[in-house]
Design a protein around this ligand. Structure first.
Ligand SMILES: [Zn+2]
Ligand SMILES: [Zn+2]
Length: 473
């Protein structure tokens, strides 16, 4: 069976738009009749149609299945394995349209289906979703290019988009969505990963001032009103696009802006959202630059609170002989082992930690205190025991490993401290390793993945009990 009138498809038309148009020219009053014919079940996500349905549509319309599929979102859905990401791209609050396109030919375009694309690249105007009267448009309105109120949809106030940065980022993104099997320009990411990257990065650019990238005034506002959510989104997407060009220079500028702009739990939350992305292997290049950024921040001294944590004091002695706790400990043993005690300063030097932390280690019971003639000491065996336990195995390869200092720097806001990390080692929750048997605390490293998992669990705990997040930024 075939439809009496079998319309041709029009340039850039969407499958659903085509079906509505077919119904319209064949004088079907309700789409339900046609949907029944095609075997489209009610309530189905009609942007996606099974091959069976496409075959039926083909038999009614005379168009081959390949053509029909090219009008649908099936290819896009197939390329994006993660359904959640696929649905993130789609516009779900009705239909969008370009009044200038409707003037050319009144039909619904496939490119109007996306949340992340909010401009018509041909006419450089912002897409609309309602008539001048305020009513949201439907397929019928678009096919007739007239609203139910009688208003001509080609004749509505438009917003010109003049910003090239925004236009270019929208063009790049639309090309990608329309050709989903290609890889993105950045790091050869798949479309799926590219979309994930965009959505995760939005947390970092959210609230970013435009001094880095001039994208404000995305649309020329016809009325004195605030930017629509669509305009805001494409502005932010343009910022994200800029963020990953000239990598990693712009990326680091955004991070710098982020840490100076955001505060407290909000900062922690946004940072956590972004970091979830970095846990995936596909983003290793970005993860590397991200880690590098925080290390640079540390050396710049931007995080003094963390810097203070581990004493950078070095003992002015021969590196080979004495700049190691064990060797020093041996010399201590020779001179003082009868006393079985050392001073807090000596303990601090042996551990490579600030004296403040030696006291804390005593307070929490990791070191055994001694009082001798009214002076405070630490039992040398307890110190030796602590050093050996925290040193872990001796390994040569320390890539993909992270030091105590780096952990504190990378994961602020979780209440981590030198003492709590030592506690985690002693509890067996962190596995330490060192380069040499005589390493100081500065040189102990941990597997990045192990730390990331531990931190992940800790964040979940923090999230479940929001009040436990310390506000120590
Ligand atoms: Zn247009
Ligand atoms: Zn209207």
């Amino acid at each position: 069976m075939a439809l009496l009138i079998q319309p041709y498809t029009l340039s850039g038309e969407s499958l659903l738009g085509y079906l509505y148009r077919s119904a319209f020219v064949n004088h079907y009053k309700h789409m339900g009749v046609l949907f029944k014919l095609f075997g489209i079940p009610r309530g189905l996500d009609i942007s996606l149609l099974s091959h069976q349905v496409i075959e039926r549509i083909s038999s009614y319309t005379g168009l081959d299945c390949e053509t029909l599929t090219s009008l649908s979102l099936n290819t896009l859905e197939r390329e994006i394995h993660d359904k959640a990401i696929f649905h993130k791209i789609l516009y779900k609050r009705g239909l969008k349209y370009c009044p200038a396109c409707l003037r050319n030919t009144p039909h619904h375009r496939l490119a109007w289906n996306f949340e992340v694309i909010d401009i018509c690249l041909e006419h450089r105007i912002q897409l609309l979703n309602s008539c001048f009267c305020g009513k949201k448009v439907n397929y019928k309105d678009l096919i007739k290019s007239t609203c139910e109120c009688g208003h001509d949809l080609c004749d509505v106030p438009i917003c010109n988009v003049r910003n090239n940065t925004v236009i270019e980022s929208q063009r790049k993104l639309l090309e990608l969505i329309m050709n989903p099997s290609q890889t993105t320009s950045f790091s050869n990411l798949s479309l799926s990963n590219g979309i994930q990257l965009i959505f995760a990065s939005l947390y970092l650019v959210d609230g970013m001032k435009s001094h880095l990238i001039n994208v404000k005034q995305v649309v020329e506002r016809t009325k004195k009103e605030s930017l629509s959510s669509g305009a805001l989104l494409i502005e932010k997407i343009a910022m994200v696009n800029w963020m990953y060009t000239n990598f990693p220079i712009n990326f680091k500028s955004v991070l710098e802006d982020f840490i100076s702009r955001e505060k407290g739990t909000q900062k922690f939350w946004k940072k956590t959202q972004f970091e979830q992305l970095l846990m995936q292997n596909d983003f290793s290049e970005i993860n590397e630059a991200y880690q590098q950024f925080w290390i640079e921040q540390l050396t710049k001294g931007n995080r003094r609170r963390v810097l203070r944590v581990i004493s950078s004091r070095h003992i002015e002695v021969d590196e080979e002989v004495s700049n190691s706790p064990i060797i020093r400990q041996q010399s201590f043993n020779e001179t003082k082992h009868k006393n079985n005690r050392i001073t807090l300063i000596e303990a601090s030097l042996m551990l490579g930690l600030d004296r403040l932390y030696v006291r804390k280690l005593v307070n929490v019971g990791y070191l055994e205190p001694m009082i001798h003639q009214g002076k405070r000491y630490v039992k040398i065996e307890s110190l030796l025991d602590l050093i050996v336990r925290c040193r872990g195995a001796i390994i040569v390869e320390h890539t993909q490993r992270i030091t105590i200092r780096e952990i504190l720097m990378r994961y602020p806001g979780l209440g981590l401290s030198v003492i709590s990390l030592i506690g985690l080692i002693l509890e067996g929750k962190l596995t330490p390793a060192s380069r040499r048997p005589n390493s100081s605390f500065n040189d102990i490293t941990f597997d990045i993945q192990e730390v990331a998992e531990l931190i992940d669990n800790r964040k979940k705990d923090c999230m479940n009990n929001q009040f436990s997040i310390p506000l120590n930024y």
